[in-house]
Design a protein around this ligand. Structure first.
Ligand code: MSP
Length: 629
């Protein structure tokens, strides 16, 4: 019988920026699971790649004076180098600009349209011409773009809609009958609550964007990036190009993603598949975020860790081990280099490194381990063997439940058992005493076999360290995982220490984050830029509703030197009377604008919480006209 197939994916990464630690995280976790499943005999198909279409990429490329494809090529080569360095064993790297992908996504679109769940319509929304994007209704307070502050206009463009509303009940039914579909379970509740709240049809194409896959038979429109991107999971497995391979690989066992993109994967994606009559993936697993100071590490916040110096200092294996071990898959965690160093020094240099070097040193002194010369295994050796089976079972269950941290903890429990066994037996005291050689060889036999199976358990996390352990012991790849008291080893000359201790260096990698931030300076504004905005304390004199605009209030405010009329989108949160007398902050040097026929001579500051405005006010009672800086 051919081996069972196991298909695992990562998200495909945007090419508007270089990869950071967050991207490495998802890919390393997927790689460890893929390696574990391969070791269990599965025919593993592991897909990763890049998401190359859409406005974001188009803009990024334009900024750098190159074409979107040129930008994508550059970033893709960075990904290829990084994945090689990080020992990522993907079967296929898909790019959404690949011809086979475009062919496949076109077929998916056509099939859903033919089956009646894609229809033509008009997309209407607030559009910022400067940023060339639609602003959601929530963001469009005062109809201004939240990014550039410019006024937006109501635009309509032809597009195609996906009949998502039709899939509310089928999705809920699927979640109920397949609770393993969204993991961890807390995420399933979140997704179900969202779907129970009602689903609106989804616009899945645009005529205002050029860089994308054309809508079949409507070349003036391109597919929405998320329709294009999600389809990679089937096109990358042969859909639309190799139906036989697709039938073998699909459905995917797991889409591993970050929790930020759960809705796309657990709601939209299964709905597209249902509409096309394609079976659903078994599991969408959403992992948590690496944080910096409790905020998601992300390029836009400028708080990402540049992975290169970390890899340089600790090595790919140690970084992989840290990412897999230090946090339960699904939870968030603050990142610090100190935590990496601690894992390195304690788990790797001390526990595993010492085990390896003790065994190596003993082997160097004794030469070959010949089981027939050794004493038979006694109760202590049986206890080591039993500990291994217990740990190995936990390890296998944990990996199968996508809990690599728990799996590695079990491997470490066994390493601790072995180190304890060696410490108690004190084999070094037996060296050079021919009478004690049979006992010495028995101890050595047990810890060499123990180290060999440790190598098998650490292999999904640290392929290089595992290969080095196996090479020293002369253990061929694919060696059985059963613990054999009488295995014959063909030893190779000992190699260098597995994980030499790392002493704190003068310049922690943390500092490279600051350099990174400086590189991002292009996106920051200077104090001079900020001073161009004249903010003043203003007192509200009168407030009334603007006729025919349910969100707008017209305020007359005193800004010290004069009174101003301001139109603000706060009517849903504030009664006009409640505002009279309040001290607020206004931008005093904003070009006047006309909103619903009423002139607005400034703008007030407010936060938007769940779409509702909350006005910024003062703790004390500063006089109207005071500058705010
Ligand atoms: N292109 C989309 C995905 C399309 S999949 C059909 C996208 N790309 S991305 O480049 O922004 O990468 C997103 C993925 O990177 C997240 O889902 C997550 O897996 C990973 N991470 C990015 N920042 C992260 C952290 N700070 N922490 C952990 N992982 C995060 O979204």
């Amino acid at each position: 019988m051919p081996p069972d197939s196991f298909y695992i994916t990562t998200p495909i990464y945007y090419v508007n920026d270089n990869p950071h630690l967050g991207h490495i995280y998802t890919t390393v976790v997927a790689d460890a699971i893929a390696r574990f499943k391969r070791a269990c005999g599965y025919d593993v198909y592991f897909l990763t790649g890049t998401d190359e279409h859409g406005q974001k990429i188009e803009k990024s490329a334009a900024k750098q004076g190159i074409t979107p494809l040129e930008l994508a090529d550059l970033v893709v080569s960075v990904y290829h180098d990084l994945w090689k360095k990080m020992e990522i064993s993907h079967t296929r790297f898909i790019r959404t600009t690949d011809q086979v992908h475009q062919k496949g996504v076109t077929r998916l679109f056509e099939i859903i349209r033919d089956r009646g769940d894609i229809y033509a319509g008009d997309y209407e929304g607030w559009y910022c011409t400067s940023c060339e994007k639609y602003i959601s209704e929530k963001e469009a307070v005062e109809r201004r773009c939240p990014d550039c502050g410019k006024e937006t206009e109501l635009l309509k463009e032809p597009c195609h809609f996906f009949r998502l509303s039709k899939y509310q009940q089928p999705l809920l039914d699927h979640y109920r009958t397949h609770p393993e579909f969204v993991q961890p379970p807390s995420r399933l509740n979140e997704v179900m609550a969202f779907v129970e709240g009602g689903l609106r049809d989804l616009s899945i194409s645009r005529s205002s964007i050029r860089w994308g896959v054309p809508v079949p038979a409507v070349p003036s429109e391109v597919m929405y990036v998320w329709f294009d991107a999600l389809s990679n999971y089937i096109t990358g497995a042969g859909y639309g190009s190799d139906d036989e391979a697709f039938a073998r690989r699909w459905p995917a066992a797991i889409h591993l993603i970050g929790k930020d993109i759960l809705r796309f994967h657990a709601v939209y994606w299964p709905a597209y598949l249902m509409a096309a009559g394609i079976p659903l993936p078994r599991t969408v697993f959403a992992h948590g975020w690496w944080l910096q100071d409790n905020r998601k590490m992300s390029k836009s916040l400028g708080n990402v860790f540049n992975p290169a110096p970390l890899i340089e200092r600790y090595g790919p294996d140690a970084l992989r081990y840290f990412l897999l071990r230090d946090v339960t898959l699904g939870l968030d965690s603050n990142f610090s280099e100190e935590a990496v160093r601690n894992r390195y020094n304690f788990d790797l240099a001390n526990d595993l490194g010492n085990l390896n070097s003790r065994v190596q040193k003993l082997l160097d002194r004794t030469g070959e381990v010949t089981p027939e010369e050794a004493l038979p295994a006694g109760p202590d050796e049986e206890a080591v063997r039993a500990s291994y089976y217990k740990c190995r079972n936990t390890y296998v269950d944990a990996f199968n439940e996508y809990a690599p941290s728990r799996a590695l903890a079990a491997a470490w429990e066994f390493i601790t058992t072995l180190n304890g066994y060696i410490a108690a037996r004190e084999p070094w005291t037996m060296l050079g005493d021919p009478a004690r050689r049979p006992r010495l060889l028995r101890v050595l036999q047990t810890c060499t076999e123990g180290l060999r199976v440790v190598g098998l358990m650490v292999a999904p996390a640290m392929p290089d360290a595992a290969a080095r352990i196996a090479a020293t012991l002369g253990a061929p790849p694919g060696d059985p995982w059963e613990f054999d008291h009488n295995r014959r080893f063909r030893l190779s000359p000992s190699n260098a220490a597995l994980f030499p201790r790392i002493i704190e260096k003068e310049k922690p990698v943390e500092e490279t984050k600051i350099e990174e931030t400086q590189k991002e300076a292009a996106n920051l504004i200077s104090i001079g830029d900020f001073q161009k905005v004249q903010l003043r304390v203003a007192q509200v004199k009168t407030a009334e509703r603007v006729e025919g605009a349910k969100k707008l209030l017209k305020l007359i405010v005193d800004i010290g030197t004069e009174t101003r009329q301001i139109v603000a989108g706060i009517a849903e949160a504030y009664e006009p009377e409640a505002l009279v007398g309040k001290k607020i902050i206004v931008v005093a040097n904003l070009k006047p604008a006309v909103l619903r026929g009423v002139e607005s001579q400034g703008m007030l500051l407010a936060a938007s919480i769940g779409g509702l405005p909350v006005i910024a006010t003062f703790e004390g009672d500063p006089p109207a006209g005071t500058a705010v800086k």
